[in-house]
Design a binder for this molecule. Structure first.
Ligand SMILES: [Zn+2]
Length: 444
């Protein structure tokens, strides 16, 4: 179960463009080294424990649910683990990062005054820029790194964790799953037939899970309300600042209403006018923009936002009705130094995360946004080099389509379409020159 429900059309490709632009993160890059996820032994140990945990869980479920339901659950939890194992092996999660340490501290604090929190709780930090958190069916919690770009302080992270713990305590995902199995028992549409989901390369095991049980809108909404209520009780038992529970939700409500940033033509000219390979005006030629209609795009954005906005507003109202102490509005606490450090890391990891999920085209677009703002220029120029190297390989191997979107006038902002036109206009020689220049392989 997740923290906020984000419309499926609003995939992380769109989301990554909605980066908050702040001006106070300066001179961090000189010393910044992207997180190392190569810790093989930690991952191996984790998977071993997770597999045992999953097997114990299955055994318990088979005792509780006999016959067909038990068998289906076993099949489902085994499939889930296979997917999850793939994600872990693919290094989709960090182990032993600053994030892990801080999250572990929060959980220790929460456990002190809440005996109902499971003892063997495990939280993983995902290399994902989307601000969200999940509770996997086996009780493992996933916190996306992107969340740290949208929350203000440690208390807000604690509030998100509390919401997820509540889902777990209330066995929400299991309940939905059992109901679905029982309802489908009469026809052939059983759980395994619900696989009609297209999971992208960077999709997590949770995507599959989510798609399988998300048919139940009303019930899911009720579960969210229950997770908020119990979550808030856990939260306030632990002495975190109460209002931050609402502030966190409010932050997430804002996140998809920020309009995509525009990349100016001058930015292209300044970044791609390189020695011995001058900028060419023809690179900026666009396919016919007459198909482009801002109202249409706006409508799409609104529709994508609809799924989460009223939903979050409703959740806030429900919380305020139930807990009168939440009927105040107060600014978020200033982050302590520790949390500021996590915010910086999350920001610096935006590009490594896009690189990890092989979103090379989008990575270039995002790097250009940072460079347009003159933020940590050396760092983002380094990423331009690495990304253009990948684009060059893809172009050489005729599979650029995998890493660079096609222009879709109805689904993309004008600025993103301009970017895509630019990228597709580049010749293989142009790409090579840019790649070499930014990865400092050229003579210049
Ligand atoms: Zn939830």
């Amino acid at each position: 179960m997740c923290y906020v429900e984000i419309n499926h059309n609003m995939n992380h490709k769109n989301i990554a463009i909605f980066i908050l632009f702040l001006s106070f993160f300066n001179s961090f890059a000189q010393t910044y080294k992207p997180l190392d996820t190569a810790d093989y032994s930690l991952r191996k140990d984790f998977l071993k424990t997770a597999k045992d945990k999953n097997n114990i869980l299955i055994k318990g479920l088979k005792n509780k649910y006999q016959g067909k339901v038990g068998n289906k659950l076993e099949k489902y939890y085994n499939e889930f683990f296979t997917e999850f194992e793939k994600d872990v092996k693919n290094k989709d999660y960090t182990f032993k990062s600053e994030f892990d340490k801080n999250v572990d501290d929060i959980i220790t604090e929460l456990k002190k005054n809440n005996s109902q929190i499971p003892q063997n709780l495990k939280v993983l930090i995902a290399k994902d820029n989307m601000p969200n958190a999940f509770c996997l069916p086996d009780g493992t919690f996933i916190i996306n790194m992107g969340l740290f770009n949208w929350l203000d302080n440690k208390d807000q992270v604690a509030s998100v964790i509390c919401h997820e713990i509540a889902h777990n305590i209330l066995e929400h995902s299991l309940k939905l799953l059992v109901e679905q199995i029982e309802e489908n028992a009469t026809d052939k549409t059983t759980v395994e037939n619900l696989k009609s989901v297209t999971v992208n390369k960077s999709g997590t095991a949770f995507d599959i899970f989510k798609n399988r049980i998300y048919k139940k809108g009303v019930e899911k909404r009720q579960q969210e309300v229950k997770a908020d209520s119990l979550g808030f009780v856990l939260f306030k038992n632990s002495g975190f600042k109460k209002i931050e529970f609402l502030n966190a939700l409010n932050n997430l409500k804002n996140f998809d209403s920020i309009s995509p940033r525009e990349i100016k033509i001058e930015t292209y000219k300044s970044l791609f006018d390189i020695p011995n390979h001058p900028f060419k005006e023809k690179w900026m030629k666009t396919e016919d923009f007459s198909l482009y209609n801002y109202d249409f795009y706006k409508e799409k954005l609104d529709k994508d936002s609809l799924a989460s906005h009223p939903e979050i507003s409703r959740r806030i109202q429900t919380l305020q009705k139930k807990f009168t102490e939440l009927n105040v509005s107060e600014d978020a606490l200033k982050p302590d130094e520790n949390f500021q450090n996590l915010q910086k890391i999350a920001r610096m990891e935006i590009l490594p995360n896009l690189f990890h999920s092989e979103d090379y085209g989008l990575g270039i677009y995002v790097s250009m946004q940072f460079l347009q703002d003159k933020e940590d220029e050396e760092y983002y120029k380094m990423w331009l080099g690495r990304l253009f190297d990948k684009i060059y390989d893809a172009r050489k191997n005729y599979n650029l389509n995998r890493y660079l979107d096609r222009v879709e006038p109805k689904n993309q902002s004008k600025s993103y379409q301009q970017f895509l036109n630019f990228m597709w206009n580049l010749s293989i020689d142009d790409i090579k020159n840019i790649a070499d220049f930014y990865s400092k392989k050229g003579t210049s």
